[in-house]
Ligand binder design. Sequence first.
Ligand SMILES: [Zn+2]
Ligand SMILES: [Zn+2]
Ligand SMILES: [Zn+2]
Length: 141
Amino acid sequence: MTKARKTVLEVVEQEGSPLSARQIGARIAGHDTATVYRALHYLEEKGLIDSFVLHCDRHGTERYYTTGGACHRHWFHCVECHRFIDLGECVVGDMIEKIGRQKGLAVTGHTFFATGLCADCQAAGKMPGRLPSDTCSTQTD
Ligand SMILES: [Zn+2]
Ligand SMILES: [Zn+2]
Ligand SMILES: [Zn+2]
């Protein structure tokens, strides 16, 4: 593995919270953005890191990178303070695989994250703009 790839992997692993390519680049001195992107692409292809695309008001649409592999985790993004909160090890993989099997699909990957208000922002009196029950489109009336 090249030094750049190793350094990028170390940054992602040590952070413990999702980082955008720009944030990763800012933590590494002496590597240009193209090198960081190439390293991220390589590491993701090898399954060493995971990524997901998330849109929020403050950061726009960004791809975020986290540790990958069998022990990948999922994340909650607070729309008020823009923190990522660890939801723990994947619990949706088995469920998606089961649903996939029922439909004759061979599921090889999934993306999942949650958004909303963290405990601190709720305690500070912020109100969720939209409750999960409003987002379901399967209502019959
Ligand atoms: Zn918050
Ligand atoms: Zn945000
Ligand atoms: Zn998962």
